[in-house]
Design a protein around this ligand. Structure first.
Ligand SMILES: *Cc1c(COP(=O)(O)O)cnc(C)c1O
Length: 406
């Protein structure tokens, strides 16, 4: 008998937690920088950042005391009252984006839900009775019914019909398909896309496509709504990924990285969308609470003070080059793509099991769209840590591909 010993500890029994996730048999207990430890004392390098959430890594020495200070003062108070930190965070987001105002919520799907409502109301205000929103193949916008309906993944939609109507779908980077929509669908009010599709497998919209869509939206009086929930907040080396194309959206949902782990969502709007919703049109109990706003304000402040945009661009490029060099010519590696610290390695076969194997080797990452290894580490990742990711990951990929082609 030479069956391998199980390396991972057995999964803790959790009979009271609904089984909505396939989880690894690991429970994390604490972290420091880009390192985390599990309850068995094993250490990991964090290439996942809680799925593009832990912008400042773990236990950041300036974020922690700021949040402790806020917790001791006021966590929540409801939107019956003014929350001065909302204005502070909104003003900062507007300064960074060139947009005009922001609505705050707590998650990505909520930010997208608000965007969808803005697009619908924008249409109704024009006199449309059935406004439509253009969405994309392979898109991911969340798991509520409206955002699930906007999502372009039949697998996550299965079992939840009837879906919400009013979405028309096109392929990414196909301008002719969008122009066809302009000719044939008079009630379209908005185009809604991720600048870099995240869950769909790290597929970027090209700069040319983004500029052409911006121009088409201007011509058609459509809102350009860019879901920057995953690719925004410095991840690609600019504050927002669309800034690489030199354009501005009308509506920009944000969430994941904005609170560095504290749930913060926002929809930032330009002049054409900023006054579509008025009193009574939309709201949320937790959105914009003082703890969330403080997390957002401090996250952006620390990112600026520590030059994390520049870091994401530089270390991300080094990481991508390291991966490309080590995996060059490797049969089974289809493409390495992305920008900054949002990187996908597409293999020619499903590779979900690499999640567990990487964890056993001390590296946290994810696999998305079945065959794309996704790295979205904290933006504080340094060059040594990037090199370590390459050193751990590449042999695992090589071994995996060798096994399967044998
Ligand atoms: C994660 C994600 C969402 C959903 O965010 P939640 O906070 O999980 O609701 C929406 N859009 C994009 C692009 C995402 O990556």
């Amino acid at each position: 008998m030479n069956a391998p010993e199980p390396v991972a500890p057995s999964a803790p029994a959790e009979p009271h937690v609904m089984g909505t996730y396939g989880r690894l048999p690991i429970a994390l207990s604490h972290g420091q920088g880009c390192r985390v430890w599990d309850t068995a004392g094993r250490r990991y390098l964090d290439g996942l950042g809680g799925i593009a959430v832990n912008t400042l890594g773990h236990a950041h020495p300036r974020l922690v005391p700021a949040l402790q200070d806020q917790v001791a003062k006021l966590i929540h108070c409801s939107n019956y009252y003014h929350v001065p930190l909302q204005e502070q965070l909104a003003a900062k987001l507007c300064a960074l984006s060139g947009l005009e105002n922001a609505f705050f919520c707590s998650t990505g799907l909520e930010a997208n839900e608000a965007a969808i409502k803005i697009a619908r109301k924008f249409g109704h205000d024009k006199g449309f009775d059935r406004p439509e929103i253009v969405v994309y193949e392979k898109a991911f916008h969340g798991r509520s019914l409206a955002t699930l309906s906007a999502t372009g993944n039949p697998k996550v939609q299965a079992g939840f019909g009837p879906l919400v109507e009013g979405f028309v779908r096109v392929p990414l980077n196909d301008l002719a398909a969008l122009e066809e929509i302009a000719r044939t669908r008079p009630q379209v009010t908005a185009v809604f896309l991720e600048v870099i599709q995240g869950e769909g497998g790290i597929h970027p919209a090209t700069v040319d496509y983004l500029r052409a869509v911006r121009a088409l939206c201007d011509r058609q009086d459509w809102l350009l709504m860019l879901d920057e929930v995953q690719c925004g907040i410095g991840r690609t080396g600019k504050w927002f990924a669309h800034q690489w194309a030199g354009i501005r959206p009308d509506v920009m949902p944000l969430a994941k990285g904005l609170g560095s782990g504290v749930p913060v969502g926002a929809v930032v709007c330009g002049p054409r969308a900023a006054r579509v919703l008025g009193p009574g049109n939309h709201g949320t109990t937790f959105g914009g609470n003082p703890l969330a706003m403080r997390a957002g304000v401090e996250t952006l402040r620390i990112m600026e003070e520590d030059g994390l945009l520049e870091n994401a661009a530089r270390v991300g490029a080094a990481l991508r080059e390291g991966l490309a060099r080590r995996l060059a010519g490797q049969a089974g590696v289809v493409e390495i793509r992305g920008a900054g610290l949002m990187i996908g390695i597409e293999l020619d076969r499903p590779c979900g099991e690499l999640l567990g194997r990487a964890a056993e080797a001390g590296l946290l990452l994810s696999v998305t769209a079945e065959r794309v290894i996704r790295l979205v580490p904290p933006l504080i990742l340094n060059a040594d840590e990037a090199a370590e990711i390459v050193d751990i990951l590449c042999p695992l990929v090589e071994a995996f591909l060798a096994e399967r082609s044998a």
